[in-house]
Design a protein around this ligand. Sequence first.
Ligand code: URA
Length: 248
Amino acid sequence: MSKSGDKMERLQKIIANSGYTSRRKAEELIQAGKVKVNGQIVREMGIKVSLKDIIDVDGYIIKNEEKEYYLLNKPRGIITSTQDELGRKTVTDLIATTKRIYPVGRLDYDTTGVLLLTNDGELTNLLTHPKNEIEKTYIAKVKGLVGKKQVGLLEKGVVVDGVKTSKAKVRVKKYDKKTDTSLVELMIHEGKNHQVKKMFEAIGYTVLKLRRDQFCFLRVDDLKSGDYRKLSPKEIKKLYFEATKNDN
Ligand code: URA
C-alpha cells in the first residue's frame, strides 16, 4: 500500500502500536469494516501498511505521535482507565499532556503506588504480555497473622478464578499485634484482575490496603502521592530490554 522506504507493518499492529486500542480490538474493528486505508475500507487481515498511508479508524486518523512515558505515584480513590462512564476522575486526568496516554495494566480504585502511563502501544503490549514475565512487587496489609504455612501456599500458587497462580516470592515484613495485621511483600509476574486480593482471599485473608512498590525496576519513592515524572530515555530503553530479554 505504501512506497518503499517507509516502515511496513501489519495494519492491526500499526493501530495497536499507536495506542488507539489493543491488537485484538483492532482486528475486530477491521473485520467490522471500521478501518479505512487511504479512503478505502479494508477488511483483509494482515495487510501491510505504513504511517505514510492515511489510516482512519472509526473516524480517528492514526498518527505517528511522539511517544511519552510517565511514572505516577497513584493515589487511592482514582480509577485506572482513560475514561469513566460515571464521570469519576481517572489516572490520565492527573497528567498534563495533550497526548492520548493510557495506563500500562491496571491498579484497583483503592490501590496506590507505581503506575506507568504512555502512548507507546508496542511497549505496553510487551510489558503486559504474560510471556514476558514482568515482575511487580506489592505490599499488602492484611487482617490477621500470616505465618510460614500461608507464605508457602502463596509462593507455590493458589487457585484464583479456577486457575493456579504462578510461583511468587513472599515475605512477611511485619506483624502488628495491637491491630492484628500483617504487612506482606509479594513479588509476582502475573497481572490478573484483583490478583493480590484474590490470592489472599484464596487462603482466607482479607487485604485492607494495597500498594504497588515496584513495576519491573521502577519505583516511586521520590514521588509524593499523585505526583508524576517523565521517564528518562535510559529507563525507556531498559524497559524494552527487560520486556524482550526472554525472546528466542
Ligand atoms: N492486585 C490487586 O488485587 N489489586 C491491584 O490493584 C493490583 C494487584
